[in-house]
Structure formats: structure tokens, C-alpha cells
Design a protein. Sequence first.
Length: 550
Amino acid sequence: MTSKNNSSALTTLVTVFFFWGFIGASNGVFIPFCKEYFMIDQFQSQLVDFAFYGAYYIGALILFVLSSQRKKDIFNSWGYKKGIIYGLLISTVGALVMYPVINGAEQGQTEVFYGVLIALFIVGLGFSLQQTGANPFAVSLGDSKSGSSRLNLAGGVNSFGTTIGPLAVAFIIFGTLSGEGTAEFSKMQSLYLGVAALFVLCAAVFHFSKSLPDGITSEPFEPANKAMNLLIALTVIMFLCFGWVFYTYSVPEPTIDAIKENLEYKRLVALIVSLIGVVGCIYYAYVKSSSNPKGWGALQYPQLALGMLAIFTYVGVEVTIQSNLGEVLKLVTDKIDDVNLNGLGLPALTDAGIAKYISLYWGGLMIGRWTGAISVFNPTEGLKKALLIIVPYIAFGVIVLVNYGSYSWNEIIIFSVIVAIQILGFFIAKDKAIATLNIFSVIGLAAMLIGLFSTGTVALFAFISGGLFCSIMWPCIFSLSITGLGKYTSQGSSFLVMMILGGAIIPPIQGKIADIFSIQSSYWVAVLCFAYLILYAFLTKKILGNQIEN
């Protein structure tokens, strides 16, 4: 395949990345709106993420189990192209289901909220297929050494979707971006009808595109019965834990405060058990496969096992920071001189008013991914250094333009300084995946600690900066995790997509911690996530170094 054809194919491919970003980031505005509209607690509001990102795990798991039973890689037999088309069509069904679910919805109807979760779950199932195909497809369209840069380029398009998604949803629901509009939930029907039409259009473009290869490989299916059984066991653990929590919400709430508080702690314990189940199962595979790799498939490679936990943690922290940010900005805990203030000492915002900050958070991911994609174009060393400084501020300019008039000059200056810190990180890392991951994980952890121990604008922008420092983690983790997997690369990619599950598990845990303690203190969850990513970078460097030596 020629370089020109590769470029054309990559251009077509990255369109699906936009959809993932647009829908996923919209949840940041949708979640606090749902909490107020349906009169639910912080944990329940995070079920938006649970349904959406949990579908990634279920979709990939179903595909893996069916492939194991048939002893044939189903997705590989379809090819990347058809797999993505099928995913788009499934997401279309989910978007269409949203119409009758929302029709006639009234405030406080929690049954409608659960219907919305079902629709989002179906959309997420389609995204699962798209993710399974699109990421390795992007890596395969050129030199493997620049695979992470192509993922960064695709991620930049994804992040443009994340930047405008919150604004679009805020405008559609409230009819304004100023925060003063009246909510009209029924308008979401029009949004999802439009999204369904775009899904169908994108599927048609993929189907008729001559530049996009089928992506069918001749790799044989590699069985991994032990891995399959472990993943099924993990699913059962999560089903039992979350199932019990859901059951407690289906019965009348206790009226005595002490009993209610005790129930809340039990719910939190059940959620933490599900998290321990994820970590424990993958660690079990890591230990067992090191002594006897037979039956573990791709999980026999330690870089993949650790990478699965890294993807789980990274997606979890990326999603949970912004999913709970809306509550930080809305929560009123004090009143000084008749001005309502939230827990950080900032003016409390309405559902519509938080959109600009959610957009800025996801825009930070766009800045990082645009910068990380510079290597795709093979610039000279001098030009590359210049672009590392120029591109981030061009991307920031796009964010400001999209949110025209929303940010104060003080806010623009503060975020510009944070962008400069990220640029310095890129210069120090020098395009090395492990160094990049390590540096940005350390900075991300520091930002969360600043957010926890400060107030006002400092705390707010410390939390928002998490988007900047998460921005380049996906391509780094993904490319490192599948390094050296050989015939297990496709299977390993599927396992990694399953671990988008982190976006389903971690936000509800943070939400329940916020219900019991406080929304600001719940960000200790983000600190722990960044801490593991630092550990992952250290361990992976050691593992891959040993494999090269041997």
C-alpha cells in the first residue's frame, strides 16, 4: 500500500474517533443534569458512565467468548473495515432507541433514566466494536515505530469531538451556553436522531471507501481458555456487587439516618469489592501465566496484563475527573454576602454553565493529542521543536474560539501556563512512550493533590488540567502493551478494549465516596489512579528491557 493510500485510509478511519469523543464527553454535562432532573444521588448519576463504558467491556467479552467457542477470531474474519461498520450500525440502533425512551419524559421519572442507560449501553456496544478495529487498524497503516503518533493524530480528532460535545449538549438541552436557559430534556430526541443519521452516513462512507482496506489478516485464532474463564469470573463478581447495590436502590430508603448511613457504607464496600475483583483477577493471571503460559493466550505477556490495568486506570481517571467535576461546580455549601459558593469557594454554576469547563477539560486532551501527533508528519528536528510550542497554543486557541466569550482573561492566562508545563513535559520525554507516560503521570498526580489541598480557581484548574496530562496516555499504554505479542496482538488489543471498563467502575466509586464524604475529597480516587500509572511505567520499562535482552 502506498503512503498516499495510507493517508487517505487514515483520514477515513479517524472519523469514528470523533464520534467516541462527542458522545463520551457529552456525559460531563448530561450527568449533573440527570442528577437534578431525575432527583438521584451522585452515585446514580455516574451510572451514565457505567452503562456507556461498561458496554465496551461486555461487547469485547462477548466477541472473545464466541471466538473461543468457535475457535475462530470472529472480528479478524470480518476484517477491521466490516467490524467498524457493524459497530456503527449497532450504535445507530442505540441512538434510535433514545427517541421513544425520552418521549414524554417528566422530571423525577427514574424509570426514564434507566431507559436512557439502556440506550447508552447499546451505543457503547457499537463503540466497542469500533474501538476493537480502529486502534490496531491505525497502528497498522504505516511504520510500527510511528504507530503511537497515528493514534495521537486520531486521538486529536477524537478530542475535537470531546471539546464541542459538551457545548452542543448544553445548547440543545438549555438553548443557551450562558447557563441561564430552561432545560428541555425532550430536545435530546433531536440530538440522537441526528447522531443516528451520522452513524449511518459514516458506515456508508466506510462501506464505499476504496482507500480503506478490509484489514483482514491471516493470523490464526489463538485459544486462551484460562483467560476466558477468568474474565467470566470477573464479570460474575461485578454483576453480584453492582447487582446488590442496584437492588438496594429498588427498595424504600431507610428513614433512620444511622441505618441509612450504614447502608451507604455497605454500598461503597460492594463497589470497592468489584474494583478489587478487577485488580485481583488480572494480577492472578499475571502470576499464574508467568509459571505456566499455556491457556492464557495474550495474558501470558506481563506487559499486556499490566497494560490492561493501566488502560482500566487511565480511562477511569480520565472519565471520573470530569464526570464528577459538574457536581464540584454546582454544590452549594456556604453563603457569603448573598453569593452562593460551592465547596471550592467558587460561584456555584447551573447545569448549562458548567459546559465551558467540561469543554476545557476535554479540550486539554485535544491539545496533548495534537502535540503528540506531530511526529506523524516527519518534520525536521528544528521544525519539530517549534511545532511542539506552536501547536499546543493553536489547539488552545481553537478551544477558546469554540467557547467564544466564555472564559475570562484570567482563566485563559492560567490555562496557558498549565499548557506550558505540558510542553516542557514533551521536550523532556523526547517521544519516548515510557518517559512520556511517566512524566505526565507524575504531573497529573501532583495536579490532583493541588486540587485536593487548595480552593478557588487554583483547585478548579488543577482538576481541569487532568485532561492535559491524560491526553497522551492511551497511545503510550496501548502501543507498549501490545509490543512483542506477535500472533497474540489481535487478542491483546481486544483485552485492552475490555479494560475501558475502568470508565464504568471508577466514576461510580468516586460518586459514592462523594455521597458519603464530600465531592472534593472523592478526588483521592484520581490520585490513586495516577499513582498506579507511575508504577506501570516503571514496571513496563523493566519488563520490556528484559525481553529485549533475552
